[in-house]
Ligand binder design. Structure first.
Ligand code: NCD
Length: 315
């Protein structure tokens, strides 16, 4: 039985297979409409979420399965003091697979160690968000046609943004990726990630001004300042509008640069950018459903007979 805690839990070959499956699902949805008939997904969300939880639920419903769960720690037995380990042992009796989001880093890992069903980390504190990373990689692969040889700017809250941490971890396994980290001094990328990049000899630099690097980017990954992880309101208010991507800044970018954002957006991308064909963050949401469908099938070990190994393109 396999769980998904980090994007590194899959080798790049396994990711190629997963993405090929997601692409097949995108093009042949009818073929997959009943492959999970009789299966149940539990969504255990101890922290607010709209798209991740609904994306998981839509994924299971699209496969013919059913969903159950909770979206607020206060409406679960956690409010009575139940441990995550006990909760997952109970959920294991109700469902075939579980997606868990938790404010504590490592909580889904603890759950996985006691679970008799596959557990998917749907975001743990400021640590990892592997299914957002699968979504980001599938989006890049589908639009750019490759997962290597590009310059990616990650902009905003690089300290607390778990989507950023997971994406960097996943991308370092591909060739010729050049990272540019764009953040205020207070929200720079954690040291452990910088050390990992140095160890692996991956090219990166840290800058403060988005305008200066716009012309060199192939991908711009915007993020929101993570209000819920700040210790004081004043710091959040001071930093929340540090970067605002608008039409003017978009004019500095390459004609084929793409803008990603895990969403929710607050102010960091002006709505006027939404109509720019390079703004792909709403398409990214759709890819998130396809990749979660592929992930559910993979972890549930459900083979779809006419999805062949030959369909898999290496990126
Ligand atoms: C992200 C998250 O929860 O980390 N959202 C998401 O799952 N798409 C990003 C965020 O909340 O800023």
């Amino acid at each position: 039985m396999r769980h998904l805690m980090s994007p590194l839990d899959f080798s790049t070959e396994e990711l190629d297979r997963l993405f090929a499956l997601a692409e097949d699902i995108e093009h042949n949805p009818a073929k997959y409409a009943h492959v999970c008939d009789g299966k149940k997904l539990a969504t255990c969300f101890y922290e607010p979420s709209t798209r991740t939880r609904l994306s998981f639920e839509a994924a299971m419903l699209n496969l013919g399965g059913r969903v159950l769960g909770f979206s607020d720690a206060n409406s679960s037995s956690a409010a009575k003091g139940e441990s995550v380990s006990d909760t997952i042992r109970v959920i294991s009796c109700f469902a075939d697979i579980c997606a868990m989001r938790h404010p504590k880093e490592g909580a889904p890992m603890v759950a996985a160690s006691r679970s008799s069903i596959p557990v998917i980390n749907a975001g743990d504190g400021g640590h990892q968000h592997p299914t957002q990373t699968l979504t980001d990689l599938l989006t890049i692969r589908a639009i750019k046609g490759r997962l290597n040889s590009f310059t990616i700017g990650l902009c905003g809250d690089l300290k607390f943004g778990r989507t950023v941490h997971s994406l960097i971890n996943a991308l370092v396994r591909y060739d010729n990726i050049n990272f540019i980290f764009i953040s205020p001094e207070e929200l720079t990328i954690p040291d452990y990630i910088i050390e990992m990049l140095r160890e692996k000899n991956v090219s990166f630099r840290e800058v403060r001004k988005l305008e200066d690097v716009m012309p060199s980017l192939d991908i711009l990954y915007m993020t929101r300042v993570q209000k819920e992880r700040f210790f004081n309101e004043e710091d959040y208010v001071r930093l929340k509008d540090y970067y605002i991507l608008d039409k003017e800044k978009m004019e500095l970018a390459k004609p084929d640069m793409i803008v990603l954002h895990p969403l929710p957006r607050v102010n960091e991308i002006s709505v006027e950018v939404d109509d720019d064909p390079r703004a792909v963050y709403f398409r990214q949401v759709q890819y998130g459903v396809y990749v979660r469908m592929a992930l559910l099938l993979t972890l549930l070990e459900i083979e779809v007979s006419d999805f062949e190994q030959e369909d898999i393109k290496t990126c």
